[in-house]
Design a protein around this ligand. Structure first.
Ligand code: URA
Ligand code: SF4
Length: 194
C-alpha cells in the first residue's frame, strides 16, 4: 500500500474530530491522481455526505460548468477534495480544531499527487492553505484570481490561486462573473504547466 492508499483506508475509520459522529460517508476526494491541479473546497454537504463524493450537489454542478465553460477542463482532468472530509452539522463552517485534525489527510493528498497548481475554493480553503504556506490572507475580493508561487520541501514548487466558492456564485451574479474570469485565467495557466 502506498501513502495515499494508507491514508484512504485510515480516513474511512477516522474519529480524530467530532465530525465523525454525524457522517454517513467520509468524502476523501476524487479525480485524476496524475493531474497537475488540485481543487480544494470546504467540507462535504448533504449530497456529498450521502454519496461519499465531493461536489455532487448544486455547488458541484456550478463547479463542473465553470470548469468546462471558462477553463475548458473536464471534471475528471483534475483532483477534487475538501479541507475536512466529514460533513459538519447543518453545513456549518468547520471549526479550527476540526480543520487541524483533518489536515494531515489533505497534506498526504497534496504530497502524493504533487500538483503544480492548487485552486482554493472559498474562504475556508483559502485561509487554511494560506496559513499552511505562510501567506497572508486578506479578503477574497482582494486576492481572488491572483497567483501565489510557493516552494516548500514537502510540497515542492507550486502555484496557489484562490477563487470564490461555487456555492456563493449560485445566487450572486457578480461573484459568478468574477469566478468565471478567474477560471478563464486558470485555463490559460493550466496550458503552460509542465
Ligand atoms: N461544498 C464544498 O465545499 N465541498 C463539497 O464537496 C460540496 C460543497
Ligand atoms: Fe477524521 Fe477529518 Fe472526519 Fe474529523 S473530519 S473525523 S479528522 S476524517
Amino acid at each position: 500500500m502506498n501513502e495515499f492508499e494508507k491514508a484512504l483506508s485510515e480516513v474511512m475509520q477516522c474519529k480524530k474530530c467530532r465530525l465523525w459522529e454525524n457522517r454517513t460517508n467520509v468524502v476523501f476526494g476524487e479525480g485524476d491522481l496524475n493531474s497537475k491541479i488540485i481543487l480544494i473546497g470546504e467540507a462535504p454537504g448533504l449530497n456529498e455526505d450521502k454519496e461519499g463524493r465531493p461536489f455532487v450537489g448544486q455547488a458541484g454542478k456550478m463547479l463542473n460548468e465553470t470548469l468546462l465553460k471558462a477553463a475548458g477542463l473536464e471534471r475528471n482532468q483534475v483532483y477534487i477534495t475538501n479541507v475536512v472530509k466529514c460533513r459538519p452539522p447543518k453545513n456549518r463552517e468547520p471549526f479550527e480544531d476540526e480543520v487541524e485534525a483533518c489536515f494531515p489527510y489533505l497534506s498526504i493528498q497534496i504530497q502524493f499527487i504533487k500538483p503544480k497548481l492548487i485552486v482554493t475554493l472559498g474562504n475556508i480553503a483559502t485561509s487554511t492553505l494560506f496559513r499552511k504556506f505562510n501567506l497572508k490572507f486578506a479578503s477574497m475580493s482582494q486576492i481572488h484570481g491572483k497567483i501565489f508561487n510557493v516552494s516548500t520541501l514537502s510540497y515542492g514548487n507550486l502555484k496557489i490561486i484562490p477563487s470564490y466558492h461555487p456555492a456563493t456564485a449560485l445566487y450572486n451574479p457578480r461573484v459568478l462573473s468574477s469566478m468565471m474570469d478567474d477560471w478563464k485565467q486558470i485555463g490559460e495557466i493550466v496550458k503552460t504547466l509542465t
